[in-house]
Write a protein that binds this ligand. Sequence first.
Ligand code: ADP
Ligand code: MG
Length: 578
Amino acid sequence: MTSELTHHAKILIVDDELANVRLLEKILAREGYLNVSMTTDSRDVANLFADNQPDLILLDLHMPHLNGFEIMDLLGKLIPEKTFLPIIVLTADATVEARRKALANGAMDLISKPFDNLEVALRIKNAVRTRFLHLDLENQNQILDERVRERTGALQETVSELHKAQQRVVQQERLRALGMMATGIAHDFNNILFLILAHSELLLNETESAGEDTKAVKYLRTIISAAQDGAQMVNRLAQFQRPPSETDLRQTIPLTHLIEQAVELTTPRWKGQAMAKGVDINVVTELAPIPDILGDQSEIREMLTNLIFNAVDAMPEGGTITLRTSMAGLAIVLEVEDTGVGMTEEIRERCLEPFFTTKGNQGSGLGLAMIYGIIQRLGGTLEIKTQPGRGTKFIVRLPTYHTVKVDEIAKPDSGCEPLAILVVDNQPVLCEVLAEYLQGDWHRVTIAHDGDEALKKFAAEKFDLVITDKAMPGMTGDQLAIALRKIRNDVPIILLTGFAESGISTSLIPEIDAVIGKPVNLTTLRHAIATAIADRREKDAPVDAPFSSARTAENIRPLPEAAVTHLANDVSSNIDEA
Ligand code: ADP
Ligand code: MG
């Protein structure tokens, strides 16, 4: 018998005959048991059990008040279901029936009176050891249960993280697919609008030069203006989710100034209209000193106005709009917060989708989709914190760039000599329209329908200018430009693209001197030709020629790559962390 058992085991003796009790005590004392309690009155058992919490009960069968069987019934109710508490019955009743009944009622073992001391000691030891083994097992089970609970908790957390990540991926995929669709539609519409615009302008020129100030001129102007509006809308549509492009404007943007401007420009909406409805809207600015960012001013303006308009729409009962800026590491943080109706989880998840609106006919659902596209192209992130009835906070994080002054794009020379121009476009009808435009300005035009044809003609003849479409089957416009440069380096090249902002911008590829967005109108075309020619002259000038105009690309030193990646990663994690 180990001393641990005898030291710790608590034993309760229940027998109405004191002599028996004393004898058992003596046996137990000899074996080294230290915690022994006893009673000769079976009615005390419940209390003693509660006070002492015994590990073993030695129980007489035949007793006044409650006999051994009744005590076992009572203990059956007191002992928790999964706990093993041994009961050894001490009995002088040697009948088979009594022994069976005792065992059936929960006795673990039986000891016959009169006792054989050694047998009693051994049976007690076995019972106590079994009890302790059970306690150990119970402990182990508890530890295991605890571990299982911990693991289950961790697993549930992982599953919920996975679920969130999956939702994020699904949302981004949906936005991407919608963006691709929008871009595709925009591309096709652009070509159609290009034709409408070009032919109307040609017709307008003819009508005007014929000196007839007729209704036709008025109608044509309306057509042109409508086509231009359409072109602008199509261009916006193409902005969703389109990746950054070399044709994107990279102006230095004084954000603080733009915010103040946006507040002022939108005053009629948040003050005027709100007052007309009898509600009060306040606009508060909390602007910290921040560095300039690089981007397209008109896009940033659009973003700010849209966020303010949305906030106004969300506050039919009035409230406060707060525009706040701060720095967080390398990023500028812009917050636009309102005290309006807020969004449900479902609306928040979908609000960035193009065409998603809760405003019925009053809304286009394009505002936030466009904003999200703009922010992504700037390498920034958008986070939306909102709760129904608790207002909404849009948090825009934009990377800062180390910049030097960026010059405006060169203004075109007014007049232009007649030039020999090579026009490259895979769509014959677009070539024709361009040719019409150019020939109208006395230029001589040669047409090629793909890159290979263009290269052959370019090698055979001396051209002053090349205008090429960007997206062509086989060789793209960019690739063609690089190949052309290998033949002759001094000819200006203009790239025509379906996806640029209307107007002219410059390219990051040095082979391209100007980029024009479709649909082209005559003014833009003339402007681009002048810009490209001036630009090429400048590039061909000696190295120490004074720096003058037109280029933006060389002036930009982008953010260190690590910072860009860091911010880009934020995009995915933040869009639904509200
Ligand atoms: P539109 O304003 O034309 O509905 P947006 O893309 O700007 O389109 O917004 C999409 C939707 O997002 C809105 O219809 C509105 O449900 C929700 N939303 C945008 N801004 C807020 C805001 N500040 N508070 C509450 N809901 C907003
Ligand atoms: Mg809106």
